[in-house]
Structure formats: structure tokens, C-alpha cells
Design a protein around this ligand. Structure first.
Ligand code: NAD
Ligand code: DAU
Length: 361
């Protein structure tokens, strides 16, 4: 039975990936989820897999060399899927250091531990071992508004935020391990994900949560920045396909071919919520475009991201399957039907964060 070590599996994409993998492979695989449970890690996301014999959760910090080495020593890990990171751009602008710590040093720790466990005395690696580093399209910087400009795998790196700089650094480390040691790895660079279990600091869940509470919907700058949205399950599928069929040492860009201005997203959220809410629900009357509030722009705000997923389509046959119209409806419905989950993650410290981030904008 193949054993996967998933880092950051209690976060948004990691938990969706774990669900996807058990749905697809059921008892054919074993998953060890290593997560330190920062504010973004939530074991509630994985309630329905907890009872499985082929699932183990280990609370550990990816920067803790001894803890990570021990996991490799005690388990014959075949695949690493490395999601664990600090992931929110706004937080990186306020507190860059933890991004360097987790995203750069944490990745170095993971690479070293896997190398140590997998390397043979002659410097080659045990058969079938693979490390997948999950990264972002933000490493490529910002695109002009020209609709023919896209990010490709060979687009030069040009990160702007401390978050994207830390992810770019971690990508470079993985590249260095591949080039220097022929370490068996792949890198994937993906566009903006959306779907269930996303922490409500990111645009889509934040605005769903705010709208339901009748709070303002903060739109940075002129609202015309463009992101390329991908339903999270399509990302999970792409990651699995890269590990199954991808060529080692290659980078694959993953994107939804689904560019939207932020303001379009915000209006869609309002429209769909209004359709979903019963006329008798008092929240319905409060949810309208009047909630939209233009606020000061994010510092260094990248204008446009857009991935050309040509390579992964051509070489592996992957394509985004979920149309935005269907995916956003599914997502909004999920938050709507899981308000207890929302309440749990937005209580306590998150409220303080929200106040400090938005009160002076
Ligand atoms: P997230 O913030 O929802 O989850 C991150 C997870 O990592 C959390 O469970 C957290 O507890 C864990 N973690 C953080 N620091 C850790 C540490 N030191 N040790 C162990 N665990 C730690 O993030 P996400 O949105 O699910 O993103 C996952 C990965 O995908 C990240 O590497 C991110 O850069 C990348 N990515 C995200 C997107 C997106 O749109 N969200 C797009 C492309 C790439
Ligand atoms: O492109 C991939 C990246 O997408 C990932 O690597 C990151 O981990 C992920 O957080 C996401 O980064 P963004 O900065 O694009 O996502 P965010 O949801 O924070 O913002 C999306 C856009 O919406 C961005 O242009 C900023 C804007 N925005 C965001 C928030 C939270 C607003 O206008 N208002 C808001 O309140």
C-alpha cells in the first residue's frame, strides 16, 4: 500500500486533497497528515476521514527537523505532497518573517528529511519515491491587462509580496535539490482556488461570511484586479495526475482559464446569496450591492494573474472540469449550509485580526 505524507492537510487545499484521494483510492492508499494547526489549520475539515484505519494525523511543525525526520524513520513514505505554508498575502505584508520561516525553512526541512530517508548509498534515490511541492502562480508577478498575456512554466519569476517571495524561494530550493541531487520532485504552480473549507480571510469566503452577517464587503482599490479562479477539487485532481503521470523534475502550471475581476466575484456572491435565501429570511433584505465598500488598495497589489495550463493539458490530459457558474454556486451553498463551521473559525482571534486588518482601510 502506498503511503502519502501530506503536509498542511488541515488547511483549505490540503483537506480537499485528502477527501479527493480517499474518494478516489479508498483503502488502496495510506495518508499521514502532518500539520501544526496554525489559525488556518482546522481538524473539523477532516471529521469524516478521522475514523479510517488508513489515515493518521500528526501534529508537528514542518520546521521541526527532529519531528519530521522521526516521521520518515517510522514510516516508509512513498509520496510527499507539500502544502503546508503561510498562505495569505495580506498577512505577509504585516508580518513577513513567519512566511520566511514556514515557507522557506519549512520546505528546506521537508526536502532534507525526504532526501535523508530516500537516498541510497550511491547517491541515487529509492525507486518510486516522489515529492510534490505545491506552489502558486504569484511567483510570476503581475500580468498586463492584455488578454493574450499568460503565465507559462518558463515565465521568469518576479514575486512582489513577501508571501510570493517566500514561495518563489521555496520553489528555488526544490529546483536546487532536483538539479544538484536529482532529487525526485515536481513543482506545481496553481492559480486562485475556491471551494469548501477555505478560511474566511480570502476574498470569496470572507465576502460570503460578511454578506450573511450584513457587514460591508471590502473591495481593494478599483476592484478591477484579475484573478484566475479554479475549483479546489480540480486542483486536487491535477496534483494527483502530476504524481501519477507527470515527468519527474518538471514544473506544471495549473489554472482555471477563468479570469474574473474582483468586483465581478463580489457581485456574483451577492446575486447567488440572494437567490439562495428564502424571502422570509431577514438576512435577504440586507444583502445588496449597497454592502460593497471600496477600501484602500493592498500594498504592491498585483494587477492580473492568468495561467495557461497548456502543458498539463497536453502532457497529462488534465483540464479544469468545474465551470465557474457551477463551482461558485456549490461553494456559496456549502458555506451557507455550514454556518456552524464558519462560526467556529471566525470566533476568537480571527475577530481581532479582522478588526486590525480592516478598521483603518
Ligand atoms: P491554508 O492557509 O488554508 O492552509 C495551510 C495549512 O498549513 C494549515 O493547515 C496550517 O495549519 C498548515 N501549516 C502552516 N504552517 C505550518 C507549519 N510550520 N508546520 C506544519 N503545518 C503548517 O493554505 P491553502 O490555501 O490550503 O494553501 C495550501 C498550499 O497551496 C500553500 O502552499 C499555498 O502556497 C498553495 N497555493 C494556494 C492557493 C490558493 O488559492 N489558496 C493557490 C495556489 C497555491
Ligand atoms: O494566485 C494564487 C494565490 O491566490 C495563492 O497563492 C494564495 O495563497 C491565495 O491566498 C490567493 O492569493 P490572492 O491574494 O489572490 O487571494 P485573496 O483572496 O487574498 O485576494 C483575491 C483578490 O481579491 C486580490 O486581488 C485582493 C482582493 N481582495 C481580497 C480581500 C481579502 C479584496 O478586494 N478584498 C478583500 O477583502
Amino acid at each position: 500500500m502506498r503511503t502519502y505524507l501530506v503536509t498542511g492537510g488541515a488547511g483549505f487545499i490540503g483537506s480537499n486533497y485528502i477527501h479527493y484521494m480517499f474518494k478516489k483510492y479508498d483503502n488502496e492508499i495510506r495518508i499521514i497528515n502532518v500539520d501544526v494547526l496554525t489559525y488556518a489549520g482546522n481538524l473539523e475539515n477532516l471529521k469524516d476521514v478521522e475514523g479510517r484505519d488508513n489515515y493518521t494525523f500528526i501534529r508537528a511543525d514542518i520546521c521541526d527537523r527532529d519531528a519530521i525526520n522521526k516521521i520518515f524513520e517510522e514510516n516508509d513514505i512513498d509520496r510527499v505532497v507539500h502544502f503546508a505554508a503561510e498562505s495569505h498575502v495580506d498577512r505577509s505584508i504585516v508580518n513577513p518573517e513567519v512566511f520566511v520561516q514556514t515557507n522557506v525553512l519549512g520546505t528546506a526541512t521537508m526536502l532534507n528529511a525526504a532526501k535523508k530517508a530516500w537516498e541510497l548509498p550511491d547517491g541515487t534515490f529509492k525507486e518510486g519515491k516522489k515529492f510534490l511541492h505545491v506552489s502558486t502562480d504569484e511567483v510570476y508577478g503581475s500580468l498586463p491587462e492584455d488578454p493574450n498575456a499568460y503565465f507559462y512554466e518558463d515565465t521568469p519569476y518576479d514575486p512582489h509580496s513577501p508571501y510570493s517571495a517566500s514561495k518563489a524561494s521555496s520553489d528555488m530550493l526544490v529546483k536546487a535539490y532536483m538539479d544538484t541531487y536529482k532529487f525526485p520532485a515536481n513543482i506545481t504552480n496553481c492559480s486562485n482556488n475556491y471551494g469548501p473549507y477555505q478560511f474566511p480571510e480570502k476574498l470569496i469566503p470572507l465576502h460570503i461570511n460578511n454578506a450573511l452577517a450584513g457587514r460591508d464587503l471590502p473591495v481593494y482599490g478599483d476592484g478591477k484586479n484579475v484573478r484566475d479562479w479554479l475549483f479546489v477539487e480540480d486542483h486536487a485532481k491535477a496534483i494527483d495526475m502530476v504524481q501519477e503521470k507527470g515527468k519527474l523534475f518538471e514544473t506544471y502550471n495549473i489554472g482555471g482559464h477563468n479570469e474574473k475581476q474582483n468586483i465581478e466575484i463580489v457581485k456574483t456572491i451577492i446575486d447567488v446569496l440572494r437567490e439562495e435565501l428564502d424571502d422570509s429570511d431577514p438576512r435577504k433584505a440586507r444583502i445588496s450591492y449597497d454592502l460593497i465598500k471600496y477600501v484602500s488598495d493592498r500594498k504592491g497589489h498585483d494587477r492580473r494573474y492568468a495561467i495557461a495550463p497548456d502543458k498539463i493539458k497536453r502532457d497529462l490530459g488534465w483540464e479544469p472540469e468545474t465551470m465557474f457558474k457551477e463551482g461558485i454556486r456549490k461553494t456559496i451553498k456549502w458555506y451557507f449550509e455550514n454556518q456552524e463551521w464558519l462560526q467556529h473559525v471566525t470566533s476568537g482571534d480571527y475577530e481581532k485580526y479582522y478588526e486590525s486588518m480592516y478598521s483603518n482601510r
